[in-house]
Design a protein. Structure first.
Length: 344
């Protein structure tokens, strides 16, 4: 890996980190707060949220078995994705490499940041080879995006190829594990101490069932996390979200229970889809959704919409021709979907 100072946008490198771990007053002695021009009324909404989120980070450090300094918390994982561009990829100069198809935000944020986005198509079983990502890169490639389990294909990416990419690439490798809690594969978090160029993303939006509160995480070495925190808006994680997230982190068994039910439903859905005469293929999934190939996906999509059932039309996406991406919902929702499809 190149030194992080060489990978960081020069304007960001020059900045100071304002809200670090030790930021703030002594919680035990400070009593009266007249430093932020807050209004004394309307408690607790009158106070700015904690810009360090240390309480949350302590809890996450335990659950994920990482160090507090290796955790970044953002307003959804999407905030981390945008910040990674704004910290490391220079507009109009640098480029990034990503597997294709994958999560759309990597490309959206590349466009917003005026960074060239290079797509490396997956093979027909939706896998990639490290060499292919590396041959798409050059001296100005700062980031490689890998999503595992991948959205929209649902499969996990081969660990050896991710490790090879980490070893051979001298920029940063981001492994987006938004769906890892639905997968039996080992998380890349265990590699954090061994690979200084690794960033792992996760979110409360999927397995934790908290998409509404906007809570996402990035894990990496302290230097990378500090860089992200230099650029992050200090109060992007509002107090309501922090309070609710802390509450949810104290009941992780709830999440485990939901995930188990969703996985059972996923197997049931796979079997049911396979029975449909107009279903051509159900791709293997390690996530809470299924990529399903139909005889005429567009027509199936429109038919379901007329019945009030919304799935994701992927038929215009590379390698996903005639595919719909279908989230595994509640038992009731899944039954409605299946009965509509049986009447198609
Ligand atoms: C849903 C999703 C996210 C977004 O996470 P938020 O925390 O809701 O912003 C990130 N990456 C992938 C691959 C996703 O599918």
């Amino acid at each position: 890996m190149k030194p992080l100072s060489e990978l960081t946008r020069p304007n960001i490198l020059d900045m100071e980190l304002r809200f670090h771990e030790e930021y703030g007053h002594d919680k035990n002695t400070a009593r009266i707060f007249l430093d932020k021009n807050e209004n004394p009324y309307n408690n607790p909404y009158n106070r700015y949220p904690d810009p360090t989120q240390n309480e949350l980070k302590k809890k996450i450090a335990q659950i994920k078995n990482v160090k507090l300094e290796q955790i970044f918390i953002g307003n959804g994982a999407d905030e981390a994705i945008d910040l990674i561009y704004r910290c490391f990829a220079r507009p109009g100069i640098d480029n990034v490499v990503a597997i294709e198809p994958t999560y759309a935000m990597y490309n959206v944020c590349a466009k917003i940041n005026d960074v060239e986005y290079r797509k490396v198509p997956l093979d027909e079983s939706f896998q990639f080879k490290a060499e292919e990502l590396l041959s798409a890169s050059d001296a100005n490639t700062k980031l490689i995006w890998i999503c595992s389990p991948n959205d929209p294909t649902g499969n996990s990416m081969p660990r050896e190829e991710i490790l090879k990419t980490l070893n051979m690439f001298d920029g940063l490798v981001i492994v987006d594990e938004a769906y890892s809690d639905f997968s039996q594969e080992m998380s890349m978090l265990t590699e954090l101490d061994l690979h200084p160029n690794l960033l792992v993303l996760n979110t409360f939006s999927k397995a934790w069932a908290g998409a509404a509160i906007r809570f996402g995480m990035a894990f990496a070495g302290k230097e990378i996390i500090d860089t992200l925190n230099k650029v992050k808006h200090p109060y992007s994680l509002n107090s309501l979200t922090q309070t609710k997230a802390l509450e949810m982190l104290h009941e992780p068994y709830e999440t485990d229970k939901w995930v188990k039910i969703i996985l059972l439903e996923r197997s049931r859905m796979i079997d049911a889809f396979k029975m449909l005469p107009f279903c051509e293929k159900v791709f293997p999934s390690n996530a809470n959704f299924l990529l399903v190939k139909f005889k005429n996906a567009q027509a199936v999509y429109e038919y379901l919409l007329k019945r009030g059932i919304v799935v994701k039309n992927m038929s215009k996406i590379t390698l996903c021709e005639d595919c719909l991406r279908i989230t595994v919902g509640s038992k009731g929702d899944n039954n409605e979907l299946l009965s509509a499809l049986r009447q198609y």
